[in-house]
Design a protein around this ligand. Structure first.
Ligand code: ATP
Length: 235
């Protein structure tokens, strides 16, 4: 479903991704692990169109998307939950979600309302707080808002960057529960997550990135593969 082929990304003169190749089958949850600065965020940003690759390609369902701007990537059913959440300042919870709906494929207002209602059924706390300014929510609620915003258009591929960073254990459990629901519903997910134990339980396969290259990959529930992962991260 997702195919990343020989991906190179630069920030100015800094060469960050050095020929990343990876795949995710439809409905797979794929963990992306690696130490700080390995290039995980840059990989997700490149797939999401926020950063242009200097070489190589990204295709989703055989359509090349590596050259598209972010709003077009979004319209092709790819949702991105960035590490810093990017809640729009000055906008309410509902306006944040509605703005994401605008980026989707031209919905009628009835479809928009139905999408909002669907989100509020899943996230009752966001409904309670729908008139509040998004950035005034707690960290956990903002993360839920960022997730809600990314899934409101029912993406077929979801890119999630460190969703549990700095959050209390109860919210962390909620986020993994949401990821499990999305997985059960057949959403393909790339998950960058520092909590290896929980991320292995939530994923089917994984890749380890080091200095912009894939150095390990494996099946999340296979113990020998887990050991290689822990060894690769610990070195
Ligand atoms: P972390 O877990 O710390 O978020 P990461 O694996 O996600 O790490 P990236 O954020 O992709 O890593 O960063 C990879 C490298 O690119 C790092 O060396 C970082 O300093 C550098 N980098 C990131 N963003 C920029 C930028 N906008 N301009 C220049 N260099 C950058």
């Amino acid at each position: 479903m997702l195919k990343v082929d020989n991906l190179h990304t630069h920030y100015g003169p800094s060469h960050i991704l050095h020929g990343i190749a990876l795949e995710a089958a439809a409905g797979e949850v794929v963990g992306i692990f690696g130490r700080n600065g390995a290039g995980k965020t840059t990989l997700l940003k490149t797939i999401a169109g926020w950063v242009k690759p200097s070489e190589g390609g990204v295709s989703v369902d055989k359509e090349e998307i590596g050259h598209l701007p972010p709003e077009k990537v979004c319209r092709r059913g790819i949702g991105f939950v960035p590490e810093d959440r990017r809640i729009f300042p000055g906008l309410t919870v509902e306006e944040n979600i509605s703005l994401a709906l605008l980026q989707g494929a031209g919905m009628s207002s009835a479809e928009e309302r139905a999408s909002l209602d669907r989100i509020y059924t899943r996230f009752p706390r966001l409904q309670e707080r729908r008139k509040q300014i998004g950035t005034s929510l707690s960290g956990g609620e903002q993360q839920m808002l960022a997730m809600a915003r990314a899934i409101v258009c029912r993406p077929r591929l979801l890119l999630i960057d460190e969703p549990t960073e700095g959050l209390a254990p109860m919210i962390v459990d909620e986020i993994f529960k949401l990821i499990a629901e999305l997985r059960a519903a057949g959403t393909t997910i790339l998950l960058v997550e520092q909590n290896l134990h929980a991320a292995l339980a939530a994923s089917d396969r994984f890749y380890v990135i080091e200095r912009g290259r894939v150095v390990e990959s494996g099946v999340s529930r296979v113990e020998a593969d887990q050991e290689r992962l822990y060894a690769a991260i610990a070195v």
